[in-house]
Design a binder for this molecule. Structure first.
Ligand code: GPV
Length: 794
């Protein structure tokens, strides 16, 4: 391999500014500087990338492929700089040109190619795979528009299109030579044994590659995103007839497939274009995987020993039938053997038990779009039923195609994302399949990358930790337990507390500048940031806030612990109840923040347009982490881990990974409340459970009453009757039943926070004991228990 010497970052920036962007320093705008710095960093990532690719090829190592409809990667420049340990060099190089490092970083658009936890998990996994040195590719869609931008008008959520590609984007390499034809519709022919699918319509998937660099630049993998384009992009005949719109139509149509990310989180809409996107991603990825396998190994019977394909939820579940179609229809391998090869190659992660999230497609739509695949699915179903005569359910019941059932049958391992969630999978959605295949379900509790979620986003805390125990923790997070003895040192604990306080001051200043929202950094920063969903119960939080406000008003001179309630998160555009919750929080904030009797003690802010970048600001400054979902509903959560790691104790239910967080950090460092998953199921059976809970708790009754009478919406008193009616009625998510215990836990928080040293201890124990929640640990679990893949760095 040809070796180039590495120039200084400063020279590299200047070189790119001049020769890649045609600007001299006098005329360069901020974006030019950002691009020049990005290219300078990218050059070094490319060096690591080539090395990794060659090593993978030469060793013939098994490769992992992570198929996901979402990769919520956010900004990439700081990630690259931090992982290559170039922070100081980048700062001083930019200073030489009188440019501020943070201004340059802030110029980068936040790539929101995902909705929430599932997409961010995929991004953390890619970074961990590279840090560990496991040969891997992520496959996804290069959406032209990521998740919508959110703003508030009169407190209401308004959605605007997102345009991350509107600014120049430094990280991708277009691969015009890597293109595959993806078909839809048409018909199927049988000639004796040979079955062939003849699609009616075809689009081309073109690859765009982004290198993903791991810690210290030891390894880099590829995120390959597919973009739709027309096979015959331009209709010249139409153009010559003067019909310019028709001439451009084929291209516009083909491009709609990768135009926009569906904004629904944990709900399925069953839209035709969505199914097309799913097959587009999966079909292109499988062709690419098989081409690479074929070049290197050839014999398809060896596929499972060289290739592991992970399905991120059921969204790419069509991979099962598609792989069988290729092996059987196109390569002539017998059906049952094709099915075994596919199953031994594929594995599936389930991310929710919510019934509205379980994908199922009407057979008419499915059969029209994928006529051969629906036949194959029927054959898989029959073959599986023949091999398992006691099977009673089917993946083809009720004129539907059930993607969860299909994924389970076509995977050699099926995993849940927290211990509780995995156990519930066995007794609920997959009960029958689990009994037939008791070794198939395994747990891999989620994790987060400590490079982005501590080292990069919280430099003060990272600095204190490294000064105390060295930098070993960065890629071996359980080393944080070595902090425990320091916690007993009052001087050290003071410094730990000072880090949090400085982070809070920084956030307060930013909120003042960016949003004109001024807060006292000595308040408890109580943070709930996540998608809006009834099961996540932002309405429980605002109800408790309102009740607390009323209590302060009754006795404004008491010794209240000042608190800031911070919210951020987006609601799916069609989820009207969730949008009402946003508006209620904003309306309540307007009234409560303006109340001179109470606003020393209580303030509320709902920050708009929550995204990865905003999370990176908020997490280091949080005192308290709100993880208050109805037990049994949050599969894992990953925000909960980010907060604990950054020293914010949790107020939370025994749900998802909260259970394991509490086990690790210690019950005394966690504010537990609420019913267990089991108690939740029992309570739902109790008649009028909400009414009973309201009757038993005057604070709850009063909070509901002031909402109902229009205290926060005087011009339209009935504005929130949908919410109050729901809570007083069915209250499926048991907001009322959990209210009293939540209230109790919050008052314990108030009392605990008064002892600043005690609080710092609690926070520090959260940091010291959160090492297990690294996504490095999670990925090593997948490598060992699911993929049988090896690190090339160990
Ligand atoms: I299914 N999740 C998500 O963000 N979007 C989805 O479409 C589905 C699941 C989330 C779960 O809700 C979280 O509990 C979990 O932590 C996350 O996936 C990652 O596993």
């Amino acid at each position: 391999m040809l070796q180039l010497s590495t120039p200084s970052l400063r020279d590299s920036i200047l070189r790119h500014l001049t020769y890649s962007f045609g600007k001299d320093p006098e005329h360069a705008i901020l974006e030019d500087w950002r691009m020049a710095l990005s290219y300078a960093v990218r050059d070094r990532i490319v060096d690591a990338w080539f090395k990794a690719t060659h090593q993978t090829y030469e060793t013939g190592a098994k490769r992992v492929y992570y198929l996901s409809m979402e990769f919520l990667i956010g900004r990439l420049l700081e990630d690259g700089i931090v992982n290559l340990e170039l922070v100081e060099e980048a700062k001083s190089a930019l200073a030489e040109f009188s440019k501020d490092y943070n201004d340059v970083l802030a110029d980068e658009p936040d790539a929101a190619l995902g909705n929430g936890g599932l997409g961010r998990l995929a991004a953390c996994f890619l970074e961990s795979l590279s840090t560990i040195g496991c040969p891997a590719h992520g496959y996804g869609i290069r959406y032209e528009h990521g998740l919508f931008r959110q703003s508030f008008v009169g407190g209401r959520q308004v959605e605007q299109p997102e345009l991350w590609l509107g600014q120049r984007h430094a990280w991708e390499f277009e691969r015009p030579e890597v293109r595959y034809r993806i078909g839809f519709g048409g018909h199927v022919t049988n000639h004796g044994e040979t079955v062939r699918w003849h699609p009616a319509e075809e689009v081309e998937a073109e690859a765009f590659d982004t290198p993903v660099v791991g810690w210290k630049g030891r390894w880099a993998n590829t995120l390959r995103l597919w973009s739709g384009r027309a096979i015959h992009p331009f209709d010249l005949a139409a153009f010559n007839h003067g019909d310019y719109a028709a001439a451009a139509a084929p291209e516009a149509l083909a491009r709609t497939i990768s135009r926009v990310l569906y904004p629904d989180d944990t709900t399925e809409q069953g839209k035709e274009l969505r199914l097309k996107q799913e097959y587009f991603l999966t079909g292109a990825a499988l062709r690419d995987i098989l081409r690479r396998f074929n070049n290197q190994f050839g014999d398809l019977r060896k596929l499972p020993s060289k290739v592991a394909i992970q399905l991120n939820d059921t969204h790419p579940a069509i991979a099962g039938p598609e792989l069988i179609r290729i092996l059987h229809d196109e390569r002539g391998i017998p059906f049952d053997e094709s099915m075994d090869i596919a199953r031994n190659t594929l594995s599936y992660t389930n991310h929710t038990l919510l019934p509205e999230a379980l994908e199922s497609w009407g057979e008419a739509l499915f059969g029209r779009l994928l006529p051969r695949h629906i036949q194959i699915i029927d054959q898989i179903d029959n073959e599986h039923a023949n091999r398992n005569p006691s099977r009673t359910q089917s993946m083809r019941a009720d004129h539907q195609v059930k993607m969860g059932q299909l994924s389970f049958v076509m995977a050699h391992k099926v995993n849940g994302v927290s211990a509780l969630h995995t156990e519930l999978m066995k007794t609920t959605v997959f009960e029958e399949l689990h009994n037939l295949h008791p070794d198939r379900i395994v747990n891999q509790t989620n994790g987060v990358t400590p490079r982005r979620w501590l080292l990069a986003c919280n430099p003060r805390l990272a600095g204190l930790i490294t000064e105390s125990i060295g930098e070993v923790w960065v890629d071996d997070l359980e080393q944080l337990e070595k902090l425990e003895p320091y916690i007993e040192d009052a001087g050290w604990l003071d410094r730990y507390g000072k880090v949090k306080r400085d982070n809070k001051v920084e956030l307060s200043n930013w909120m003042g500048q960016a949003h004109g929202f001024h807060v006292d950094p000595d308040m408890i920063f109580d943070v709930q940031i996540k998608r809006l969903h009834e099961y996540k119960r932002q309405h429980l939080n605002i109800l408790e806030t309102i009740a607390h406000w009323l209590e302060i008003r009754d006795n404004p001179d008491a010794d209240w612990t000042p608190r800031l309630k911070l919210f951020a998160g987006k609601a799916a555009p069609g989820y009207f109840f969730a949008k009402d919750i946003i508006r209620l929080i904003n309306d309540a904030a307007a009234v409560i923040n303006a109340d001179p009797l109470t606003n020393k003690y209580l303030k509320i802010a709902f920050l708009p347009n929550y995204n990865v970048t905003l999370a990176e600001r908020l997490v280091p400054a949080a005192d308290l982490s709100e993880q208050i979902s109805t037990a049994g509903k949050e599969a894992s959560g990953t925000g909960n881990m980010k907060f604990a790691l950054n020293g914010a104790p949790t107020v939370g239910t025994l749900d998802g990974a909260n259970v394991e967080i509490r086990d690790h950090v210690g019950a005394e460092n966690f504010f537990l409340f609420g019913m267990t998953a089991e108690e939740v199921m029992e309570r739902r059976m109790v008649e009028s459970h909400a009414q009973k809970a309201i009757a038993a708790d005057p604070r709850l009754a009063r909070a509901l009453e002031v909402i109902r009478e229009g205290r926060f919406s005087p011009a339209e008193p009935e504005r929130y009757h949908n919410i109050t009616g729901n809570l007083e009625g069915a209250d499926y998510f048991l907001v009322c039943s959990d209210f009293s215990d939540y209230w109790r836990a919050q008052r314990e928080v108030d009392a605990a926070f008064k002892d600043q040293q005690g609080w710092a201890r609690m926070a520090a124990f959260n940091t010291a004991r959160s090492g297990w929640f690294s996504s490095d640990r999670t990925i090593r679990g997948y490598m060992k228990d699911i993929w049988d893949a090896k690190s090339l760095l160990d």
